[in-house]
Design a protein around this ligand. Structure first.
Ligand code: HEC
Ligand code: HEC
Length: 359
């Protein structure tokens, strides 16, 4: 009994030390009002030097095999870190089957990429664009190749020393720094946020009517795009994330089937009910991230809303669409109200903040 208590006391003390020891002195996320703190892995605490290192790496074309691309080639700040293409194009010209994703508030994502339940850490995610060959994105050959390229860069090595101590800029540190930078990509100062904060005139009457529609049982948008980040695929410090995926009726080639080139979650789970299930992306800054959906197949917000109005492709006959994709009828005025609301989620400060821009 005594021994057990001792162990418990020790465990409790370790928890306390763990909290107290988090060496984030001088670091602040500068969270917008009402925003929770993003989850930060215990082995990758935030620091200014690390974030600055990550920012430089994010924009560094030495992260691609042939020196033509960086992360920022497909994740452009002014487009909320998307690229404006339906399908991303890698450094060797290979075309990705999917559309580049917004990195808005990416530190809050419960899981990463359009439909993979296993990618849940920013540190690990970056390996896919760096080294993946299905398709080739950045097209790096090996950790040694990258480390050798960066070895002579005094600025980066200095920042690595400051952020991690002796040991140089290894791949592991590159991944940690990129992730730390990505966790700072926080957007929460849109007109909508100001409105919620009490500045009623921040939203036009159209956008206010659109807000009512968005949060209504008529359109059901909020079920999958709810919460402070307008997605149900989120988590934060103190809140274990849930990995959610939905079929929003984008395709129905018969019996709810999606095109073979991309069928979503079912590719990982093998379960028929996961056909066409994808992550519901955040709708923050959605006005600047066209074209829409995992394959960029809807060009405008107008097209997106008409898609939901129709209840998706196949309508009621689609056996795989989510129960909240039921279809509804909007007048032209209501449709533009809803678009005005979605536009009010654009945060101009985020899109131009030099802290997130190229060094
Ligand atoms: C060739 C274009 C391209 C490059 C280069 C690229 N990405 Fe991406 N990124 C994408 C695409 C496409 C997706 C969606 C992938 C999927 O669903 O399979 C994505 C997804 C992501 C996601 C998941 C976002 C979410 O909401 O789940 C993160 C994080 C990310 N990229 C970070 C990076 C980082 C960091 C780099 C540099 C190391 C990088 N990307 C380089 C195209 C690119
Ligand atoms: C059942 C859950 C669900 C509901 C309800 C829902 N969505 Fe979605 N939404 C998704 C999913 C999942 C995706 C991604 C689908 C894909 O790429 O195949 C998505 C994608 C989007 C996109 C494109 C995002 C991007 O980055 O490309 C927009 C815009 C959008 N939804 C707006 C809305 C609006 C407006 C409503 C209400 C009319 C709504 N959604 C209702 C699940 C939902």
């Amino acid at each position: 009994m005594k021994a057990a208590l001792g162990v418990m006391a020790l465990a409790a003390a370790l928890v306390l030390i763990g909290k107290a020891e988090r060496p984030e002195t001088g670091w602040s996320f500068r969270l917008p009002p009402g925003f929770p703190r993003p989850r930060v892995p215990a082995d990758n605490p935030m620091s200014s030097a690390k974030v600055e290192l990550g920012r430089r790496l994010f924009y560094d074309v030495r992260l691609s095999g042939n020196g033509t691309q960086s992360c920022a080639s497909c994740h452009v700040q002014s487009r909320a870190f998307t690229d404006g293409l339906a399908n991303a194009v890698g450094s060797t010209g290979e075309i990705h089957r999917r559309s580049s994703m917004s990195l808005t508030n990416i530190g809050y994502a419960s899981h990463l990429t359009w439909a993979n339940p296993l990618v849940d850490g920013l540190e690990a995610q970056a390996l896919a664009p760096m080294f993946g060959d299905a398709p080739t994105e950045l097209g790096l050959e090996s950790a040694a190749q990258l480390e050798a390229r960066l070895a002579g860069d005094k600025t980066l090595q200095g920042l690595a020393q400051e952020a991690f101590g002796a040991g140089g800029l290894t791949l592991d540190r590159v991944l940690k720094a990129l992730a730390a930078f990505e966790r700072t990509l926080i957007s929460g100062r849109s007109p909508y946020d100001r409105y919620v904060g009490g500045e009623v005139s921040a939203l036009s009457p159209e956008a206010q009517r659109g807000l009512e529609l968005f949060f209504s049982e008529r359109t059901e948008c909020f079920h999958c795009h709810g919460g402070f980040n307008f997605t149900d695929a989120f988590g934060h410090e103190g809140a274990e994330p849930e990995r959610k995926f939905h079929n929003n009726g984008l395709y129905d080639l018969g019996a709810g089937a999606y095109p073979k080139r991309d069928q979503g979650l079912i590719e990982h789970s093998g379960r028929p009910e996961d056909m066409g299930r994808f992550k519901a992306p955040t709708l923050r800054n959605i006005d600047v991230t066209a074209p829409y959906m995992h394959d960029g197949s809807l060009a405008t917000l107008d097209a997106v809303i008409r898609h939901y109005e129709a209840g998706g492709r196949g309508g009621e006959a689609n056996p795989r669409r989510d129960r909240f994709i039921r279809g509804f009828i909007l007048t032209d005025e209501e449709r533009s109200d809803l678009i005005a609301f979605l536009e009010s989620l654009t945060d101009p400060e985020f899109l131009a903040d030099p802290r997130f821009g190229a060094p």
